[in-house]
Design a protein around this ligand. Sequence first.
Ligand code: GLN
Length: 202
Amino acid sequence: MTQAPIIGVLAIQGGVREHLASLQAAGATAVAVNSLNELLAVQGLVIPGGESTVISKLAIDDGLIQPLREARGQGMPMYGSCAGMIMLADRVLDARPDQEFISGLDISVRRNAFGRQVDSFEMDVKVQGIGGTPFPAVFIRAPWVEAVGSEVQVLSTITAGPRTGTIVAVQQGPLLATSFHPELTGDVRIHATFVELVRHYA
Ligand code: GLN
């Protein structure tokens, strides 16, 4: 594919504008997605951070949860950041009982895992496949990954402080997820990785 891939950002709630800008800067044609027709028109989809209980509820109300699962099941590349990671996970610890998910990523995540004292923080992390300087990862009431299946590649773990070893970025085939928010940093290397992933699977 030589043309820019068309990548959607699920525009239900959360950091939609920032992801659109980052994708565009990383070489994609980025469009907001909040209807079935818009979903069917994209080659890949970003599920932004925000609040997964709200994204879940509105996706159910808008009739989008099943189409999202089907698109994922048909192999559409998806990248979830923070709440988006929760939406893509097969197992969610501390979920609300009525929450529904897109699922597909063979991981267990814990919502709001880092605890109250460290609601938000920034930390440089190394991300596999991303060269150059460490990535400035911004965590906001972030989930962490507690367990991964055998097909899941761990791309990044925390390497300093009390949370050393905690998994914060993963990939499984066309599915990518980070606990953190690259769209808030101006560093588009994670988005560029996703753009390449979409090119690869398109
Ligand atoms: N804590 C939020 C949730 O459970 C995620 C926070 C975020 O996306 N920044 O959905």
